[in-house]
Design a protein. Sequence first.
Length: 104
Amino acid sequence: MTAWFRTLSVLNIEPLVDKVARNKLHNSGQSLSDYNCIICSRKVRKGNKLMVHCVNGSPYEIVKVNEPAENIHEAGDMGWWDIGPDCAKKLPEGYVGQGQEILN
Ligand SMILES: [Zn+2]
């Protein structure tokens, strides 16, 4: 990782991510953005609105919900990704935000 940019609250969730499940998902032609949990790759339930904010161009680096926008490098802002309620409990406080309720 380069040091030219630093967001204070960055947390690397890679050790928590189920890589086998994620590869399986990608090999089946689906993607995380199809309402799959960023940690375990399982579909999140209808009604779920828990999300994490990925940065630094990485699907593994997240920032706290209240990280000021000016601290986030725009080019590397990956936006918000779904996370299931069980996996959300594995993260420290402050990293899981409320997104839009999933309707389908
Ligand atoms: Zn999960």
